[in-house]
Design a protein around this ligand. Sequence first.
Ligand SMILES: [Zn+2]
Length: 170
Amino acid sequence: MFHYCPSCASPNIRFEREKLFRCPDCGFIYYHNIAAATGCVINTEKGIILLVRAKEPALGKLDLPGGFVNPGEGALDGLRRECLEEIGWDPGPKVSLFASFPNTYPYKDIIYRTCDLFFSLWAPDLTEGDLRLDPEEIGGVRFFKPGEICLEDLAFDSTRRAVTAFLEQK
Ligand SMILES: [Zn+2]
């Protein structure tokens, strides 16, 4: 990510231990820490809600509602904000954390390493009519019964593991 030290412009800056940039010439250190991200399995009578991604990475693939946690937010705050932004619907505070997996998220030539937190919610009566999709981010919404989900159509490794874990816990 850095070819030169942002502090002294030395070309000797190194990326170490999968997480930090260190400049041997001036002592500059920058931790490229993992980012926290969330996803929500919203389970309804019609099945699990999956969203069609309208943006890279993984354009056209299926993903759970959710996204990166912002500075100053807790994971649940971030999840509820992302759901409001993406589908115009607030899952509320009564979601349950059921799994967490690491993920890699490539965006504009930088690979972000994340810790994804997955929540679930039983919302039997929720239908597409209750949702207001953000067309910039979301190309459509689909409801899937457990046997209908093709894991290869899911956007990310962590999403595949989360959906699998959710289905196995039932
Ligand atoms: Zn330096």
